[in-house]
Design a binder for this molecule. Structure first.
Ligand code: B12
Ligand code: SF4
Length: 508
């Protein structure tokens, strides 16, 4: 996206994805502008890259969720010339121009731009062969306020929806390149619930009702268009379980080939849900039924559960995996409670710690991302009744129980062909291994083994996921009179010649 926002005069940026390969220092020349995207988990590495780039004479700029929350840290520890807070779609061009003039500001307020201003990403600058799937965001923000999540604070509670025509154009461009699996990387794909509509109606708030209805209708329009795309395309997304109330919405998802959704179940008990400000979620029998509804309408659920909540007890672990199995979720993840900055949980914890801060070396535990990974604790907030090791071991057992070969084989029966079944099995194992290797396990031999196994499985998955590029694929001809819609830059005839991200206009 930032490549799409880069002024044309500068030429095409070089993209480095450090989850695949590390940046080569020699590729940075004095006067280059190096933009670094950091979330909390990779901030330490990001700062090392920034210091290295600055040392080589480059302008160093940080952005992303972590830099948004801690601009001063990026300036000090990452030796930034500048930090962009919030969305970069519009701010980045200013940063680049200011760096070229030799006068970058310390902090830029990127703000929360409107949905119509989201840019289509420069997928043409990435090698499709290196990725299993692409990701396209269709909406930013979430109206909820879960205590462990920072999205509603950083992206806001007002859903900012991208124009559906722009989303479809970007997806078509991706299919032309050979991507057939696409993550709709939204915070919440179901931003308007029946309760929201009812409340607006009951309050006689016509403007709100119209706004919510328009958001919902545009979601449905998007899905109607996705349904017309090549049948080998598969989408998945993230949403709340409230969508189980609306069979027609789930049906629209199935028709649109949105085959799965990550659903934040978080906890299976009412106390657990209350602890995370998510008491609007279901528990007990109602929870199982709600999740089963997704499946009945052809939408698979990746259930996301959190362990380590203060209300958790040893019995919670078995109860959770049993619920996951009973509810028939197709995939599940069991993550450990982590206080991410910007969340209510983090604020509370930071306040508690301010009295007598726990230190690891010279770093307070509330800045855990600055602790080198080899000595970084696996859990940060103490649990009232269980030790961290006990929580970790019990979590590991839950993963093992959900992902036994037998259970995966049984779940894989939902696939239509033998090839798809094989893909399902590989994907289940890959998912399990990725998590075994990234935090739950402390045993380094086990971590190394699972990393190797994950790499091998990922290669098999990639083969099954890839499709023949379809450069001939036609896109819809949007009606004249709609807002000026643009194809992604690399789709516009001649865009290569002018090699310019300026060929990409904002979405409106
Ligand atoms: C999709 C998604 C995923 C997907 C990613 C798929 C993919 N390959 O793209 C998956 C499911 C894999 C994933 C995994 C994880 N995720 Co995630 N994810 C998201 C989500 C919903 C959207 C991210 C996205 O695509 N945004 C679209 C892009 C365009 O927006 P953006 O990255 O914010 O960038 C904009 C600005 O920040 C800015 N910007 C960004 N970088 C830069 C750089 C510069 C130089 C500039 C100027 C500007 C700039 O400009 C951009 C355009 O406006 C976010 C929530 C969110 N709203 O951010 C969570 C989120 C980023 N994830 C989060 C977490 C915790 C994780 C996991 C750790 C979960 C886990 N327990 O395993 C893992 C970590 C994976 C990893 N190794 O990095 C947290 C991060 C919290 C934090 N403080 O770091 C978030 C914020 C969700 C939350 N609930 O709080 N995630
Ligand atoms: S966890 Fe999900 S539902 Fe809760 S605020 Fe975050 S994005 Fe919204």
């Amino acid at each position: 996206m930032l490549a799409a926002a880069t002024p044309r005069s500068v030429g095409d940026p070089i993209l480095v994805d450090e989850s695949l390969e590390q940046i080569v220092p020699e590729s940075i020349q004095p006067g280059d502008i190096v933009g670094i995207s950091v979330h909390t988990g990779n901030a330490l590495r990001g700062y090392a890259v920034g210091r290295m780039a600055r040392n080589r004479g480059a302008w160093v700029v940080y952005g992303g969720i972590h830099a948004t929350l801690f601009p001063e840290e990026a300036l000090e520890r990452g030796e930034a010339h500048a930090v962009v807070k919030g969305d970069g779609d519009l701010a980045w061009a200013r940063v680049v121009t200011d760096c070229l003039d030799g006068k970058p500001e310390r902090v830029y307020e990127g703000g929360r731009i409107e949905g119509g201003d989201f840019l289509s990403a420069r997928w043409d600058l990435m090698d499709p062969k290196k990725y299993m799937w692409a990701s396209v965001q269709t909406i930013r923000g979430c109206p909820k306020h879960c205590s462990f999540c920072s999205v509603w604070r950083t992206d806001g509670q007002k859903p900012r929806q991208r124009k559906f025509q722009n989303v479809v154009d970007e997806i078509i461009a991706l299919r032309r390149l050979g991507f057939r699996f696409i993550a709709l990387a939204d915070d919440n794909f179901y931003p308007v619930t029946f309760t929201d509509l009812r409340l607006a109606r009951e309050q006689g708030n016509t403007a709100k009702l119209e706004e919510l209805t328009a958001i919902r209708n545009e979601r449905l329009q998007l899905m109607e268009e996705l349904a017309k795309l090549p049948k080998d395309m598969v989408f998945f997304t993230q949403m709340t379980m409230e969508a189980g109330e609306d069979g027609s919405y789930l049906d629209a998802m199935r028709k649109a080939n949105i085959k799965g959704a990550l659903v934040g179940v978080e906890a299976v008990t009412p106390e657990g849900l209350k602890a995370v400000y998510k008491d609007w979620n279901y528990s007990g029998e109602a929870l199982a039924k709600q999740l089963q509804t997704f499946k009945q309408h052809g939408v698979h659920v990746l259930g996301s559960f959190i362990f380590g909540l203060p209300t958790d007890r040893p019995a919670t672990f078995d109860a959770t995996v049993e619920m996951a199995l009973k509810a028939g979720v197709t995939f599940a993840q069991f993550v450990m409670m982590t206080p991410f900055p910007g969340t209510v949980d983090f604020g509370r914890w930071e306040k508690e710690q301010s009295v007598d801060p726990m230190m690891v070396g010279d770093v307070p535990i509330t800045r855990y991302w600055m602790i080198p990974t080899e000595v970084r604790p696996k859990m940060f907030t103490p649990h009232p009744t269980m030790s961290s090791d006990e929580i970790r071991e019990r979590t590991q057992k839950v993963w093992d129980r959900f992902y036994t070969w037998g259970a995966i084989w049984e779940r894989s029966a939902c696939t239509p062909t033998l090839r798809a079944r094989l893909g399902f099995i590989f994907l289940s194992k890959l998912y399990r291994q990725m998590y075994a290797g990234t935090g739950i396990s402390t045993d380094s031999a086990r971590r190394k083994k699972s990393k190797r196994w994950a790499k091998w499985t990922a290669r098999q998955c990639k083969k099954l996921f890839q499709a023949r590029p379809m450069p001939e694929l036609e896109g819809p001809k949007w009606e004249i009179g709609l807002p000026a819609l643009v194809q992604p830059a690399f789709e516009v005839a001649g865009a290569r010649e002018i090699s310019g991200p300026f060929a990409v206009l904002p979405d409106n």
